[in-house]
Design a protein around this ligand. Structure first.
Ligand SMILES: [Zn+2]
Length: 258
C-alpha cells in the first residue's frame, strides 16, 4: 500500500471517529484558567511568554509551582542567547530548568513528568505540529493539561492565507515531515502581509530570512483555527476543557489516558 493511500485511509478512519463521538466542550472564562494550573509543575515550549506574566492575557506564572522551559536553540530571535541548565527565568522570583531541544523531540524528558505543558505562539512555527503535540502529551501525566495559545490570522500578517486543514497536518505527520521543510514557502512569500510585519523588513529581507528558517524558525508554517486545534486534541484523545477566540486562540486539553 502506498503512503498516500495509507494516509487517506487513516484520515477517513479519524474523520469517522470524530463525527461518531460525542464531543463535550466546556467554554470557560480565561480568568478561571489559573485555577487549573495553581501549584502545579510544568514545561513551557518556546517561552517565556508575556501572555503568562502578571499583566498578560492569562497570568499563570505567579500561580504555578514550577516551570521548566524548552527552546530549539541557544540563540533565538525571541529570547536572545540562552543555555541549558537551571536558568529558565519565567517570573521575578522563580526559575526552572532550561532545555535546548526540538519541541517535537523531548527525549531528555521521561514520560509523564509534568502536570502541564504551556506553549504560546509556537505551534504555528512547527513544520510537523502533530508530531510536536504528541510529544507534549507524552511528557504530561494522565489527568495533566496542555494549554496552547496561537495567533488568529484575522489579526496578524497571515490574514491573506487559508486556514490549514486538519487532513494536511495528518499527511505531514504520516510523511514524517521534518523542521527543515520549506514546502509552504512559496505560498507564504505570496500571501504574507509585510505591512503588518515590520520586523521582517523588505520582501528580499523576509525571503532571505525565510530561506534560513531552520536556523531562525520565524515562519508560520501553518495557519490555525480553533476548530483545527480541537481536531488535533480529539485525534490524540485529549478532553477539550477550554477554548477561547479573540486576537489569539486559546485551547486547553486534558490527557485522559496514559
Ligand atoms: Zn505542512
Amino acid at each position: 500500500m502506498t503512503m498516500g493511500i495509507l494516509c487517506l485511509n487513516r484520515c477517513r478512519s479519524f474523520i469517522k471517529r470524530l463525527y461518531t463521538r460525542k464531543i463535550r466542550i466546556k467554554i470557560t472564562d480565561l480568568r478561571d484558567t489559573q485555577k487549573l494550573f495553581s501549584n502545579k509543575s510544568g514545561l513551557e515550549i518556546g517561552g517565556p511568554s508575556k501572555f503568562f506574566e502578571n499583566k498578560g492575557l492569562i497570568p499563570l506564572y505567579r500561580y504555578i509551582n514550577k516551570l521548566d522551559g524548552c527552546n530549539f536553540s541557544t540563540n533565538t530571535i525571541w529570547e536572545g542567547k540562552i543555555e541549558n541548565g537551571n536558568e529558565y527565568k519565567y517570573h521575578k522570583y522563580k526559575k526552572g530548568i532550561q532545555y535546548i531541544s526540538e519541541a517535537s523531540n523531548l527525549s531528555l524528558i521521561p514520560n509523564s513528568t509534568y502536570d502541564f505543558v504551556l506553549s504560546c505562539n509556537c505551534l504555528e512555527h512547527m513544520a510537523n505540529p502533530l508530531k510536536a503535540v504528541k510529544e507534549w502529551i507524552r511528557v504530561i501525566k494522565t489527568g495533566g493539561l496542555i494549554l496552547l495559545v496561537l495567533p488568529n490570522k484575522d489579526y496578524c500578517f497571515d490574514h491573506n492565507r487559508p486556514i490549514t486543514v486538519f487532513s494536511h497536518l495528518l499527511v505531514d505527520y504520516f510523511n514524517e515531515v521534518e523542521e527543515n521543510d520549506l514546502s509552504h514557502l512559496n505560498d507564504i512569500l505570496l500571501l504574507h502581509d509585510l505591512e503588518m510585519d515590520k520586523l521582517a523588513g523588505t520582501f528580499e529581507q523576509f525571503k532571505a530570512r525565510s530561506l534560513k528558517n531552520y536556523d531562525n524558525r520565524a515562519l508560520h508554517q501553518h495557519v490555525f483555527s480553533i476548530s483545527v486545534l480541537i481536531e488535533i486534541f480529539i485525534y490524540f484523545h485529549m478532553e477539550v476543557v477550554q477554548t477561547y477566540e479573540g486576537q489569539h486562540f486559546v485551547i486547553t486539553g486534558k490527557k485522559i489516558k496514559g
